[in-house]
Design a protein. Sequence first.
Length: 242
Amino acid sequence: MCGRYATTQTSATLHQAFEIDLANSFVELEADYNIAPTKLAPVVIGRRDGDVSGGAPQRELLTARWGLIPSWAKDPSIGSRMINARSETVAEKPSFKKAFARRRALVPADGYYEWYAGQPRDDGRKPVKQPFYITPKDGSVLAMAGLYEFWKDREADEWVVSFTILTTTAEDDLGHVHERMPLFLEPQAYDEWLDPAPRQTDELLGLLVPAAPGRLDAVAVSTAVNNVRNNGPELIVPLAPE
């Protein structure tokens, strides 16, 4: 799964990375080194005005709450259990099926965190989990495949936009840390993935290809990331080899 990640991108850098139309979707962003469920985070979506058949969809930037809240949910608490969607079953699950069909997104990230569970301690207690920060070797921005949804908060009389991140089986280089990882999309798949126009399920599933091995680095980092109140560049500093 993916339960924490980091992004330091601004609207300007995301415009360069994803060719976003900032004239209609400029969002003020702050660096966040410890994005956790229920936090607001940037997502890239696709929109079409008028004719749905011509050209590529317009890419827009917005902020959404991490943890997808289905439109039929009675309250937003269900979102905390829907921060991830398994790519293998996302087209079938009632909670994700509608969003997968029409509301797909890219979730930008500098990197994400996973926790490695070591061997049990001598006294029988559970092992201390070691956090790892996993990030592209070339310093590029990750485009995690996501879904987004609209939910009406009737008490506040406002709409809440929420999202989930798709996961897949971890590639060999990272499988020793955790068996699952976010599913990343390559630039050539952005338009098709973001297009809200109707598409065949098999065509969409064909875009969900696990990342090629060797693209990412995993480094051990401080357990300070365990506390969501901690937030700063020190969280991604690699620990000394020992």
